[in-house]
Design a protein around this ligand. Structure first.
Ligand code: SAM
Length: 297
């Protein structure tokens, strides 16, 4: 599925520069989906986009008079922003590539890039994918753990995936729907793991952004803290944790939390992550035990 995608990216980017039409493919609607935590990418939209470029979201409610006027102006502004988002999204070479290779979102290429550089995923591993929907990272994991001999041969290893939202099944991936901030979800995940120690935890979790920077940073830090706490309790000594976070307020605390809890901490900004986006990934290797003073994020 991922063979030669780097070449594809260059070819695709050239095509766009030369003004060649990209031709949205059949499953554009699926890959162009904006969701909680973004398009599976950058939190740049939480609404669904269909193949006609219409973006469905929560309509602004009006209560009359001046409020209605303000709401109208806001709605117009939001529509302009939405149209710009759709245009940019449909022109994005990684969106086109995701369609071409059957990935559910362009986020697949971020994990592929990080994995290629840091050699995170190997056959035989137990991997936990936090914030997994729509499922592109799970698809990548599945490819990496697939036994030779086709789909029937199954996986060499185990993939557990969790998300607030439903996720279409990815063959071989054990999916749990639930909010990781709730103890019950963690308990179900831990029950599914049993005594099995984990080789790799990846978290692409991101909150719905409110636009209030301090509140968004705090919610992002909470999710990162959850991932760190889970990882440090379940990772093997040589295990690793990859977490999405955003540069900005709260970032240095998350880095500090990683440093307190991992012997090795690396910062990754894959090319597939839009340069205009504050999104960054932190990679912690070899957890320190026991968990040092909470993550403090
Ligand atoms: N890595 C995914 C992929 O490749 O398709 C994309 C993940 S998307 C950027 C972020 C996901 O985090 C959303 O699907 C969202 O529902 C999930 N999420 C956010 N907060 C969560 C929480 N508290 N518990 C579980 N999932 C959460």
């Amino acid at each position: 599925m991922n063979g030669g995608y780097a070449n594809d990216i260059r070819a695709n980017a050239r095509g766009i520069a030369e003004g060649r039409a990209g031709g949205p493919a059949e499953d554009e609607r699926r890959t162009a989906r904006g969701r909680a935590g973004g398009d599976g990418a950058d939190n740049e939209g939480n609404d669904t986009v269909n193949r006609h470029g219409t973006r469905h979201g929560k309509a602004g409610r009006t209560t009359g008079g001046a409020t209605a006027g303000r709401a109208g102006a806001n709605a117009k502004k939001k529509n302009r922003t939405s149209r710009a988002w759709v245009a940019r999204h449909l022109d994005d070479p990684y969106v086109k590539l995701a369609q071409k290779h059957g990935y559910r979102s362009r986020a697949a290429f971020k994990l592929l890039e990080i994995d290629r550089r840091d050699r995170l995923v190997r056959r035989g591993m137990v991997v936990v994918d936090l914030g997994s929907a729509p499922g592109a990272w799970s698809q990548v994991l599945r490819e990496r753990l697939a036994r030779p001999g086709g789909a029937e041969a199954g996986l060499d290893g185990r993939i557990l995936a969790v998300d607030l939202l439903p996720m279409e099944p990815v063959p071989g991936v054990e999916f749990l729907q639930g909010d990781l901030r709730e103890a019950e979800t963690l308990e179900r995940l831990e029950a599914a793991l049993g005594d099995t120690a984990v080789d790799l935890v990846i978290s692409d979790m991101a909150p719905n952004l409110s636009g209030v920077a301090a509140a968004d940073a705090a919610r992002m830090a909470d999710l990162a803290e959850l991932a760190i706490d889970f990882a440090v309790r379940h990772l093997k000594g040589e295990g690793a944790l990859l977490v999405k976070c955003f540069h900005g307020s709260g970032y240095s605390q998350i880095v500090e939390a990683f440093r307190r809890n991992f012997f090795e901490v690396l910062v990754r900004k894959p090319e597939a992550s839009r340069s205009a986006s504050a999104e960054t990934y932190l990679l912690g290797r070899r957890p320190r035990r026991p968990l040092v003073g909470g993550s403090g994020a």
